[in-house]
Ligand binder design. Sequence first.
Ligand code: SAH
Ligand code: SF4
Length: 355
Amino acid sequence: MSDTANYLSFNEALQEGLKGSKPERRWLVPLLDCNEDDAQELYKAADKVRDAHIGPGIHLRALIEFSNYCKKNCFYCGLRRDNKDVERYRMSPDEILDAVRDAYRLGYRTVVMQSGEDPWFTEDRLADIIRRIKAEFDIAITISIGERNEETYRVWKEAGADRSLVRIETTNPELFKKFHPDDDLQERMECLRNLKKLGYQLGSGVLVGLPGQTPEMLADDVIWLHELGAEMIGVGPFIPHPGTPLKDNTGGTVEKTLRLVAVLRLVFPFAHLPATTAMGSLHPLGREKALKAGANVMMPNVTPIKYRADYEIYPGKICTGDDAAHCRGCITGRIEAIGRTIADGKGDVIRKNTP
Ligand code: SAH
Ligand code: SF4
């Protein structure tokens, strides 16, 4: 941490970002750690970069939370295996197909299939579900099910999965170790590199506001994601869950997360950056704020309503009482209210990010 002396002023740092300079702490930290006035300027700059590179369109991804069983015990997450207050559910393959059908009917051309790390969904079972979806619908599939070995991810890719989403959460070794009793940072990094190698459109991301996290650590996350060649980057505030060991911690904030979204837009002009549900859960206009600070993706929920409330990764999660059609209407209204449009098509990677 002795490189503080090299840090640029806010204005100099913003210039580096606008020039598309290689991401380095000396300019990332002054932006991630800037004051509220400067932050407004940072958001505007990121918004312009988004507009210039990808225009006003917002891509919609329909989220299906198909199982809340999890064999892991991540310290921050409400679905961790030791949280006995969770009513566990697992959607059947037919129920998943029905949810995709709903999504398709509502006009979505991407589904994000997300779950806890649930061993019931073996390589074969999930491959079969992916094949069934691809046989019936012209729709892109993102899988967000945590870490699996390279061979399994290869089989799923061959079955038709287009994209993957595994957040690195934090690249700081101490922090990662502290909050992930089941995981190894190097292995998670390897998993992400494998996904890239296998040809997945590559999604990752970080949690903002983990206890002990500093702007330097967030800067290092950005640098690592850049080296990785991430093409979709989801960042959200950590929201403490009462059923977890981190229940008494202060969580992340909308403001800190917005600074990171904006910095990511400067570093990754073409990446897909979602305005995450966690942002909308902390502030009624949290997602809109993200969309005005560089984000270009939203992920409306199409999980059957009877399961929604049980997928409680963090408390206060919005939209748990609204059905898929309601969510579609709500999101459309919010996008139009800020003068943006819904982008057509599947929303594939805009420009391949190969490090
Ligand atoms: N099991 C998979 C996918 C589901 S969890 C996985 O872990 O990759 C999806 C994301 O939820 C995680 O990557 C994490 O960043 C986020 N998350 C978990 N607990 C959270 C909390 N308390 N506040 C905000 N986000 C959280
Ligand atoms: Fe499981 Fe993912 Fe939650 Fe970790 S973050 S406990 S892997 S659902």
